[in-house]
Write a protein that binds this ligand. Sequence first.
Ligand SMILES: C[S@@+](CC[C@H](N)C(=O)[O-])C[C@H]1O[C@@H](n2cnc3c(N)ncnc32)[C@H](O)[C@@H]1O
Length: 773
Amino acid sequence: MSRFSKVSIQIPENIQVLLPQGLLDKEMIPVLGMSLLALIVATAVIGSVFNARCKTVLMFCWNCFVKPFMPSSVRRSRSAAQQQALEAFYETQAKIYDTTRSTLLKGREDSLKLAISHLSKTKNLVWVDVGGGTGFNIEQMDSIFPLMKHFKAIYIVDLSPSLLTVAKERFDAMGLTNVHCLLADACTFTIPYSSADLITFSYSLSMIPTFHSAIDHAALLLHKEGLICCVDFGVQSEVTTIGRVNTVGGMSGRHIPWILRTFWRTWFEADRVFLDPARRDYLEYRFGTVKSLNLYNRTLGDIPYYIWLGCDKDRSPSLLYRVNALATESPYLAPQDVPKGELEELKTSKGHEAAIQNESRNLPYPSMYYQRDIYRVYYDEQRPEYNQFNNQYIYAFTWEDPREDDSILHFTKEDSILAITSAGDNILSYASLPNAPSRIHCVDLNPCQGHLLELKLAAIKSLTREETWKMFGLGKIENFNELLIKKMAPHMSSNAFQYWFNLGPKTFGTNGRGLYYTGFSKWALRLARYVFKLTGTSGYVDELCKATTMEQQRKIWKTKLRPKLLNPVISKLLIGNPIFLWKALGVPANQASMMGSSVIKYLEDTLDPVVDRYMISNENYFYYLCLQGKYSKNNCPDYLTKEAHDRFNSKDSPLDNIRIHTDFLNDVFGRLTKKSLTIAIIMDHMDWFAEEGTDADDEISALYQSLAPGGRVLLRSASKCPWYIRNFEKFGFKCEAAAVRESGTAIDRVNMYSSTWVCHKAGKKRNMSTLEL
Ligand SMILES: C[S@@+](CC[C@H](N)C(=O)[O-])C[C@H]1O[C@@H](n2cnc3c(N)ncnc32)[C@H](O)[C@@H]1O
């Protein structure tokens, strides 16, 4: 019998049990009929929708992947003018254009939001969208920044009549009266205004063969204070930025691997879309880079694209003044208008040198110079020393007590201080004081520490207090990137923006552990959790953090936690282990050797007095964070309090006095105007030096040069009497221990160091003149 011969199946009578009895009842027939009808209608609807989708996709594939290779198209594309070629490509797709581009043309909304957040004016704007196609971006913009409210006139310029027809229908349907469609070439169009406040190219620059001319045309039209924004495909490689890295706003993700560069460039060429690096390079030459992002369309096989925001490269008349001011790195020492002849006598910063060098080659200034806020001092991101940090900050929080610094040093408004950046918490704490110093230079070699402080500054300046609290109090927030693009970005450098665009969502994501479980310092928190789990003390730790009286707290510590945590096994395995000390706590061997013969004793002397003196639940945010992974509103760094938030957002915000350097301490000292600092707070970092080397002397000598007469250095050490105090004395400093930790006493809320020292430079303290930037 063949496999296909008919097979008759006998249904036994008793099969009815498989069909519900009622199904065959007479009265059920209309119900059955109705159901069948509904099924048919549903199938027809789904089928037609599916068909429409299918048709759309097929049309897109035909137009993009097949038609360009047909002999007639090849011939036409060689000979025809651009408009005919464009129209041949778009006329059959105009109606399906928007549906088929949502997955392909990524970043369009983000680019608009970024541009809007950076605009210096918000009313009566003139916007030109070059190569605007169907007007998709203009519709998007309406939901971001209502068009009728903010724009005087909007011009959509395009060479394709069929796409512009769709655009026109769209604007009519939206009832927009201030949008005008111009069927014109990007290189020659005109508008009835002398300048535009915003010019955008959204996936159009890559389609314009005469892109130099289109960019030049845009440069002529752009208002001095205006912005130009481009989102497009592009395949940059590292080598194309040689000699101008400082102009491109950060190299993060910029280098596209060879295989992707070659494949996507060749692939898009068939549709006359050119991904060559020259377009973006020319934008970066013609304009100053305000922000830039290097991204991939992950949905469609990693197509590289970028978002770039630029401005007139000679934008503000204050730019040169800024360059001048930055040249001294301590502008408060320079008179407002430095007479030309005296300029050479001022110290020059690395940024100033880079800016002058760029100027001599007609390149834009380094991207740092086009930012609204001038916190971040220029640094040469290519320096190999920066690579040692693996693009990661070490400290997500600062582990020294700023309250103690003020009570020892008594800051005044006349002070100009320099401190190590770390996570920036102490810098912000100094700035929040009623007697805040007039200038705070913070220094860290790790660029990511600077990025973290920039983020804090940007958050405080642009977010609500509750949002800032979520980010840095709880370490988590919803919609991080939305807040970054729409609010924080204008207050940070492009490098910091790139960093947080890439890492922010993961760092602050509400599904993750939060900010304090990132960076190298996460290991301290993580290991604490493991140890609590291992010793079965997690519950007691929570109790300790909720204790309301000292007695309660002491009892939990003495009876439940101390015996288990400071036991010999844990101590030997962890605290007495140099690898653990370095890897988890960041204590290097040189410093460990200064802790005395017993590291375990050192730890007891640290922890016992802290628990004895401060309520962990509301008086000691340092330990609370380590135990809970977040702060509470009544137990947090100063900068997160309401008073600080109000002060920071008042007129003449003390935040504007902060300058973030990314360099070696000695390099910063060397570039600061001599005798310009009144206080340097150098934390415990001299403990890291080897006694036999010259590092300590080199630093003390540089410190001496930049300190004003009567200037002071505050330092902490793991030793009660650090060896380098002698070196300070050798240079003429008078050194005094401001606090020495004896067993059973706490010298501050951290109590991690054995001593705090103040080294005075001889001479009478004098007031600094101030210069407003
Ligand atoms: C990929 S589409 C992008 C359209 C729209 N900006 C968007 O984001 O959806 C590129 C657009 O650039 C336009 N275009 C290409 N060359 C042009 C030129 N020389 N002048 C004006 N428009 C041009 C095309 O007609 C097309 O509308």
